[in-house]
Design a protein around this ligand. Structure first.
Ligand code: PNS
Length: 164
């Protein structure tokens, strides 16, 4: 039987508990799930690509059908190189929908054979985003429970290093 490979693309700067919830759900329905980090130097990320790879690799190690990779350029072109049939994206709230719909339809225009699959994270992560996590940590708020412990520690170390 044909194996269905899906890509879960994103910035993952940093990976949150919401991302991991989606990875877990995706790993249960796809034969192989490739977590693909966008290499975009223009975005000025907090964590370097190697740091994000390392964190994601260690956090996804419990799932043996999940692997971590990076890509640049068009997502549809990358999808062809890994023979992916599907793109996995998370929708937390209606506010995500408009942007996600536009991306999904554009990607379909670019490659009609690549299907976007939307999944909802657990309700308790519906308000979690990497951007807010960074902002809260930068302003001294607690991010416990929003990101894995290892990410929380690395975030605080990085921010403390910057403050000095
Ligand atoms: O985690 P993010 O930042 O919401 O992820 C956005 C991402 C990486 C999925 C999107 O920016 C993307 O696919 N970029 C690659 C370039 C591309 O294909 N652009 C056209 C999208 S229709």
């Amino acid at each position: 039987m044909k194996q269905v490979i899906a890509i879960y693309p994103g910035s993952f700067d940093p990976v949150t508990n919401g991302h991991l919830d989606l990875i877990q759900r995706g790993s249960q329905i796809f034969d192989e799930l490739v977590v693909a980090i966008l290499r975009n130097p223009e975005k000025n990320p907090l964590f370097s690509v190697p740091e994000r790879i390392e964190m994601l690799q260690s956090l996804t190690s419990p799932w043996n059908n999940v692997r971590v990779d990076t890509f640049e350029g068009l997502l549809v072109d990358y999808a062809r190189t890994v023979n992916a049939r599907a793109l996995l994206r998370g929708i937390r709230a209606i506010s995500d929908y408009e942007y996600e719909l536009q991306m999904a339809l554009m990607n379909r225009k670019l490659n009609p054979d690549l299907e976007t699959v939307f999944m909802m994270p657990h309700l308790s992560y519906s308000y979690v985003s990497s951007r807010l996590v960074k902002e809260i940590a930068q302003l001294g708020g607690s991010i416990t429970g929003l990101v894995p412990k290892v990410v929380e520690e690395r975030l605080l170390t990085k921010l403390n290093g910057k403050q000095t």
